[in-house]
Design a protein around this ligand. Structure first.
Ligand code: NAP
Ligand code: ZN
Length: 348
């Protein structure tokens, strides 16, 4: 065991403070990662503030991790010291159930072990990437291609895979019209990936403030959802709506924007329930769906696709002492478009 500097919240809603934590002895299949950058996902804020129900404290959040392998266990075959790697939302799964065998570890029947606010199969409480080091099984480390800098790669480990997965599953590509609702951390990655996959992309945001950025990310249209006219103009327009909003939305109004047979996929995870009318779906045989991160194999596919298309996150790099302020800015949608912590500044 060794100690490493980390940012930890003592209790629900408490500020993140620098402390030291223990990392476990390397098991045979473990890699020790020298964490360089950690993205701030809105899910970190939901969990630190216990907006999704009881959480485990003290909590070291962070599931958008990019760094360099600094040691390997005796049985590690996939990585060597010096390799550039990332870790996303999961650090373990049973490896034996049908979902794990199918590369959908997030649905592991034993329960995938989450990177933080989780418990390993040995009872160890997991701690995330707002830290200078993490230890994970090599099965849950991803290779970050050389074409991607580590800072812009970090957010791909959650925001990237969470948007890439449903875009692929629901057929975003040439000839398809895709709307991305909310252009924050997930949303801006959704725009970049949908455009790179060949779809025609519209951003639906609460104002027009981000429209130049939306076009730079590959959108061809950007509309304000504060204007009722938007819902009139775009009625029946989209094959796919990717909802990345962290708050509740008037779902029926968005469903009206789908073409018949179209799908609205929610990745945004507000704590209160949404409501919708059955006829909003029935009339056009529409689909209202959800999507949960993505498996390890697809996360690697997404990283390789991002490298090939020159896609990284658009980030603001911050030091450890700016994290609490950054949380407020994420909540008020002031981030452009992902905060990434330079972990070298923790405890410095
Ligand atoms: P974020 O950076 O805060 O972006 C959310 C965006 O939603 C904002 O930029 C804003 O876009 C819009 N928004 C915020 N409040 C709103 C409101 N009251 N009404 C309408 N629009 C609003 O958050 P994120 O990190 O992208 O995460 C988004 C959500 O996805 C969170 O709930 C997070 O927990 C969830 N998530 C889910 C998964 C999964 O596997 N399903 C994975 C990761 C995260 P505009 O300013 O453009 O309107
Ligand atoms: Zn996340």
């Amino acid at each position: 065991m060794s100690r490493t500097a980390a940012l930890s919240a003592a209790s629900a809603g408490a500020p993140l403070e620098a402390t030291t934590i223990e990392t476990r002895e390397l098991r045979d299949d473990d890699v020790l990662i020298d964490v360089k950058f950690a993205g701030i996902c809105h899910s970190d804020i939901h969990q630190v503030r216990e907006e999704w129900g009881p959480a485990i404290f003290p909590m070291v959040p962070g599931h958008e991790i990019a760094g360099v392998v600094s040691a390997v266990g005796s049985g590690v075959t996939k990585y060597q010291v010096g390799d550039r790697v990332g870790v996303g939302c999961m650090v373990d799964s049973c490896g034996e159930c049908a979902y794990c065998k199918d590369g959908e570890e997030q649905f592991c029947t034993k329960g995938a072990v989450m990177t933080y606010n989780g418990e390993g199969y040995d009872g160890e409480k997991t701690k995330g990437g707002y830290s200078q080091a993490v230890v994970v099984s090599e099965r849950f480390a991803l290779r970050i291609p050389d074409a991607l800098d580590l800072d812009v790669a970090a957010p791909l480990l959650c925001a990237g895979i969470t948007t890439y997965n449903p875009l692929k599953r629901w057929g975003a590509g040439p000839g398809k019209k895709v709307a991305v609702v909310g252009m924050g951390g997930l949303g801006h990655m959704g725009v970049k990936f949908a455009a790179a996959l060949g779809a025609e992309v519209t951003v639906l945001s609460r104002s027009l403030a981000k429209q130049e950025d939306a076009r730079a990310f590959g959108a061809t249209d950007h509309r304000s959802t504060a204007e009722e006219q938007t819902f009139e103009d775009l009625k029946g327009s989209f094959d796919l709506i990717l909802n990345t909003v962290s708050a509740n939305l008037p779902v029926d109004a968005y469903l009206s924007l789908l073409k018949p047979l179209g799908a609205m996929v929610n990745v945004g995870a507000p704590s209160d329930p949404d409501t919708f009318a059955a006829f909003s779906l029935i009339g056009g045989s529409k689909v209202l769906a959800g999507s949960n991160i993505g498996g390890i194999a697809q996360t690697q596919e997404m990283l390789d696709f991002a490298a090939e298309h020159g896609i990284g996150a658009t980030i603001e790099t911050i030091s450890a002492d700016q994290v609490n302020e950054a949380y407020e800015k994420v909540v008020s949608s002031g981030v452009r478009y992902r905060y990434v912590i330079d972990t070298a500044t923790i405890g410095a």
